[in-house]
Design a protein around this ligand. Structure first.
Ligand SMILES: [Fe+2]
Ligand SMILES: [Fe+2]
Length: 279
C-alpha cells in the first residue's frame, strides 16, 4: 500500500502554531511514503514567512519524511510589483524547493508537481503549453503500472464554493486533454480551502478518468465554511481511500472517508463513511 499525506494552504504568516505542531505530529505518527503540499506556503510571500515554512519543511525532512511541493498564488509577492514580475518565485525556490516541476517515483505511485502560480493571472493561475507537453512526456517514460498523480495548487476544475463557483485554472480545458492522454489517475490540489473528492467526469463532460482530490487548509486561520483539514490518501492497486482529517478544536480526527475502486476507466465509490468530528 502507498500512503500519502496531502497538505495544502499552510499560509505561514496567518497560521495557527498549534495546528502546525499537530500536523507535524500526525505526519510522524502516520509515517506516509510521501507528504504532498499543494501550495500557498505563505500568506504574503515575505521572507520571514518563507523562513517559517522552511523550518517546518526541514523538521519534516530531518525526521526522514519525503516532501513534494508546488507553489501557490500566495507564494508570489502581490504588492512588491518589481519582485512580482521580475523574480516571482525566487523566495519560494530559495526556501521551499529549487525545482518547480518536482517528480517523485515511490513504490506504487508516480507523483508530478506542476506550478500554476503566475505573476499576471495572480489569483487564478495558469498552465502553460510546455507544462502540458511535460505532463505527457513524463508519464510516457514512467512505470505504466504505477498510480499516476499530478499535483497543482489551483484546481483544474471549477468547483462550488459556498454560494458561488470558484473558477478553474487558466487553460484548464487543454490541461485536461493532457491529463487524459497521460492517463493520470489522481489530481491533487488546494487553493479553495475546502476539502472534497469528485470524479473528473462528474465535473466536466470532456475529462479523463481522474479522481479529483481537493485539500482544505491545514493550518491557516482564514477559513471558508470548513475547519482546517488535511487528506490521508491510501492507494492499494486499483483502490484509493481518501480520508479527510479535520480539526475538532483539539486534534485532527477522521471526519469523512471514501474508498474508490477502479472499474475500467472509472472510479466507483465502494465505501463511504461520514463522521462528524467530535467538538
Ligand atoms: Fe490559500
Ligand atoms: Fe491559493
Amino acid at each position: 500500500m502507498t500512503r500519502l499525506i496531502h497538505l495544502s494552504d499552510l499560509h505561514f504568516g496567518a497560521h495557527d502554531p498549534v495546528l502546525v505542531e499537530a500536523v507535524e505530529q500526525r505526519v510522524h505518527d502516520d509515517a506516509p511514503d510521501l507528504v504532498v503540499i499543494s501550495g500557498d506556503f505563505t500568506q504574503r510571500a515575505r521572507t520571514e514567512q518563507f523562513q517559517e515554512a522552511c523550518r517546518f519543511l526541514e523538521r519534516l525532512r530531518e525526521a526522514g519524511h519525503d516532501v513534494l511541493a508546488v507553489p501557490g498564488n500566495h507564494d508570489v509577492p502581490l504588492y512588491d510589483v518589481l519582485r512580482r514580475f521580475l523574480s516571482p518565485l525566487t523566495r519560494y525556490m530559495r526556501y521551499v524547493d529549487n525545482t518547480l516541476c518536482p517528480l517523485q517515483e515511490i513504490p506504487g505511485a508516480t507523483v508530478l508537481g506542476i506550478n500554476t502560480a503566475r505573476s499576471l493571472t495572480f489569483k487564478d493561475g495558469r498552465i502553460s503549453h510546455e507544462q502540458m507537453d511535460f505532463i505527457r512526456e513524463t508519464f510516457e517514460r514512467t512505470d505504466p503500472n504505477s498510480t499516476r498523480i499530478v499535483v497543482t495548487h489551483h484546481p483544474l476544475f471549477a468547483l462550488a464554493l459556498g454560494e458561488s463557483i470558484a473558477p478553474a485554472v487558466g487553460r484548464s480545458a487543454l490541461a485536461l486533454d493532457a491529463i487524459g492522454e497521460a492517463g493520470v489517475d489522481l489530481l491533487l490540489a488546494g487553493h479553495n480551502h475546502q476539502a472534497s473528492v469528485h470524479n473528473a467526469r462528474d465535473l466536466v463532460t470532456r475529462a479523463g478518468a481522474a479522481l479529483v482530490i481537493q485539500a482544505g487548509t491545514a493550518t491557516s486561520t482564514r477559513l471558508r465554511d470548513q475547519e482546517q483539514s488535511f487528506n490521508r490518501i491510501e492507494i492499494d492497486g486499483g483502490s484509493v481511500t481518501v480520508t479527510v482529517e479535520s480539526w475538532n478544536g483539539s486534534a485532527f480526527a477522521p471526519q469523512d472517508a471514501q474508498r474508490f475502486e477502479r472499474e475500467g476507466d472509472h472510479w466507483r465509490i465502494a465505501e463511504k463513511h461520514m463522521e462528524q468530528a467530535a467538538h
